[in-house]
Design a protein around this ligand. Structure first.
Ligand SMILES: Cc1ncc(C[n+]2csc(CCOP(=O)(O)OP(=O)(O)O)c2C)c(N)n1
Ligand code: SF4
Ligand SMILES: [Mg+2]
Length: 342
């Protein structure tokens, strides 16, 4: 038997993690498998990835993929600031963060907002099931009005839509997907890993234990029947010829990512323009009015400087810089002092 290797000659087994302890059928497990495939297919060195998470069933998942990567399981809702620090001290690291709707839309919402504002170089996956799974299924702030859990009352509060929020805040890559849409999610994640800035992927990920009845707007059956995909996808890594076409002949648009890879979009239906925040918000609002979920690359902006660029961070990780590299010379120090005095 021959073992398939990726572009940097590693087998997929180098990208797996420990066995999952989540419920069988949990959407989060499907996302972990997509992370393994996307990192392997993109040929990222596992030790150059920093897996970051907060607290929740979703935030436990980094233990189940990329066993050779660095990892930090922060306190609840604090993953974005720890990720910002990790990335600032080591620009060699690719930050791959996993959070939940409880972790990001409630206790951590301020952190979520500021990570977007700073355009932190990170992939930020929200595994969004509309409940706090880990603490036995209380409604979270993202659950739709009118949604019902297996046991309990109908939710009457307004939801926070994380993609709407992200687009309004100027996030540079905003996508929504479904844990059951493996092909779409893999392409989006591979593109997100090639983006140099914050890439938000809000993934509807059913909690089979507390919210998988048909009255829940985030159950498998509901999402399968009410998911409108904006595009058909193909992702062409920077190391493959761009002519490669998986999408059947027809009209498509190529979006070039920062590392030179291409996200090829064949637009389905309305001809969504991913470069327009107005189109993104319209698509989300229209789906919301019809109690549907719209999935795909909602918004993409390659022109905004990332945190590393705006702070002019060194390409060399901090731990590799000598004291001499880091100490300002006499003239710069005098300039700084003059600024303080004026
Ligand atoms: C400071 C703090 N407050 C509350 C909790 C309790 N708690 C643990 S996980 C969680 C919510 C998790 O929900 P979510 O992020 O949606 O993850 P899921 O389990 O649904 O994947 C809460 C409130 C905690 N661990 N720490
Ligand atoms: S409780 Fe829900 S979110 Fe948590 S592991 Fe089980 S199915 Fe997944
Ligand atoms: Mg949740």
């Amino acid at each position: 038997m021959t073992i398939r290797l990726n572009v940097i000659d590693l087998p997929k087994s180098d990208y797996t993690g420990g066995p999952t302890s989540l419920c069988a059928g949990c959407g989060h497990n499907q996302i972990s498998n997509v992370v393994i495939n996307a990192a392997w297919e993109n040929g990222i060195k596992p030790h150059q990835i920093a897996k970051m998470s907060g607290i929740g069933c979703s935030s436990k998942t980094p233990a189940y993929f990329l066993g050779q990567a660095h990892g930090f399981n922060t306190v609840h809702g604090r993953m974005p600031s720890v990720s910002t620090g990790a990335r600032m001290t080591n620009t060699d690291l690719k930050v791959l963060a996993v959070s939940g709707d409880g972790d990001s839309a409630s206790i951590g919402i301020g952190q979520f907002i500021h990570a977007i504002r700073r355009n932190v170089n990170m992939v930020y996956i929200i595994e969004n099931n509309g409940v706090y799974g880990l603490t036995k299924g209380q409604y979270s702030a993202t659950v739709e009005k009118g949604s019902k859990k297996k046991k309990g009352l109908v939710n009457e509060s307004q939801p926070i839509d994380m993609c709407k929020l992200a687009v309004n805040l100027g996030a540079t890559f905003v996508a929504r997907s479904f844990s059951g849409a493996k092909k779409q999610l893999t392409s989006l994640l591979k593109a997100a890993l090639s983006h140099d800035g914050i890439a938000i992927i809000d993934v509807i990920s059913p909690c089979v234990t507390f919210a998988n009845n048909d009255e829940s707007f985030r159950s498998y059956n509901y999402v399968k029947d009410n998911d409108t995909e904006l595009h058909v996808y193909d992702y062409i890594p920077h190391f493959s010829p761009v002519e490669q076409v998986d999408i059947p002949a027809g009209e498509y648009e190529d979006i070039e990512m920062h590392d030179g890879s291409i996200l090829r979009l064949e637009t389905v239906g309305k001809g969504h323009d991913s470069s327009s925040p107005v189109a993104a918000l319209t698509a989300i609002h229209e789906a919301e009015i019809d109690s549907k979920h719209v999935t795909g690359l909602l918004y993409y902006n390659a022109g905004q400087p990332s945190l590393s660029q705006s702070l002019n961070l060194s390409d060399t990780p901090l731990y590799q810089l000598s004291e001499e590299d880091m100490r300002p010379d006499e003239a710069s120090l005098a300039d700084i002092l003059t600024n303080f005095r004026s």
